[in-house]
Write a protein that binds this ligand. Structure first.
Ligand SMILES: O=C(O)C(=O)C[C@]1(C(=O)O)C=C[C@@H](O)C=C1
Length: 288
């Protein structure tokens, strides 16, 4: 005989409960959309830029979500629902397209784009990362998704600039052991000025020789690099607290002065979404 659930409620009672919860969720979603319209109107009144993408605010919301989250529902499910909701709400204010790096595996790229930007945005295929940079730069408020590979086929980040496309987010933002849509990627977008208050700063660096061997020792992550007969180009990530001079010095201390060092964006530090591991017996009272 099947057992009654812990609550002791019948199937009918539980379905009534679920219907009631769904009603509250739906009411809350509609209320949120109304509040969001108010935010966009306030932004407009304050003369804020046309961009509908606010990665720092997104990051704050996701951090709160990770802290709040409990129970068996996968965190990635909640993350996706929120991403879809945010993008659907902003799409009510303006049409935004997302340009996709065609050099990545198509299914992985589509999964990533739909996971983060939902079904309200138009997805536009681009040949490669350089084309994504060009399309975002030429647009008013479009976004770009570029797959992150250790070794790049072209130094596509040379096309990033203060007035054009910049790196504004790194995906996945919530790092989980097992998660859907886990293609490592960067989100490109335009901003009113260079993003200079992000947790992590991103630089375009070039050396006429080899990549200095001790970048990691200086706290510098090489996101991607491109080697050619004339040297090496690298896309670097380093703490956003450092000045450009500090970063130049860190590169020099790592082995060689870069010939070019340019800030090309920044992003919120990814958060660990896996609950803290507890070991068997850890929570038990010590036995006398
Ligand atoms: O808070 C804002 O400034 C908004 O524009 C609202 C909102 C949201 O839906 O919550 C919209 C898009 C952003 O990426 C982040 C936040």
């Amino acid at each position: 005989m099947s057992q009654l659930p812990e609550s002791g409620l019948s199937l009918e009672d539980l379905r009534t409960q679920v219907d009631e919860i769904d009603g509250r969720i739906h009411d809350a979603l509609m209320e949120r959309a109304r509040a969001e319209a108010g935010i966009q109107a306030a932004r407009h009144a304050a003369g804020e830029g046309a961009s509908l993408f606010h990665p720092e605010r997104d990051a704050d919301m996701m951090r709160q979500m990770v802290e709040r989250h409990q129970g068996d529902l996968p965190l990635s499910t909640v993350e996706h629902l929120w991403r879809d909701l945010i993008c659907a709400c902003t799409s009510l204010q303006a049409d935004t397209a997302v340009h996709l790096d065609g050099s990545a595996e198509l299914i992985e790229m589509l999964d990533l784009a739909r996971f983060y930007f939902g079904f309200s945005v138009e997805l536009v295929p681009a040949a490669d990362a350089a084309d994504v940079v060009g399309a975002v730069t030429a647009s008013v408020g479009d976004l770009g998704l570029v797959a992150l590979t250790d070794r790049a086929e072209l130094p596509w980040w040379r096309g990033l600039s203060e007035a054009g496309a910049q790196v504004q987010a790194r995906l996945p933002f919530v790092v989980l052991d097992e998660r859907p849509a886990d293609l490592p990627a960067l989100v490109l977008a335009k901003a009113d000025s260079m993003i200079d208050n992000a947790d992590i700063a991103v630089y375009d660096a070039r050396w006429s020789d080899l990549l200095p061997g001790k970048l990691m020792d200086q706290g510098i992550e090489v996101l991607s690099f491109f080697r050619s007969a004339s040297g090496v180009d690298a896309l670097l990530a380093i703490s956003g607290d450092l000045s450009e001079e500090d970063v130049f010095k860190a590169c020099t201390d790592a082995g060689a002065e870069p010939d070019v060092l340019r800030r090309v964006g920044g992003y919120a530090a990814p958060i660990d979404g896996d609950p803290e591991e507890t070991f068997a017996g850890e929570d038990e009272e010590p036995q006398e």
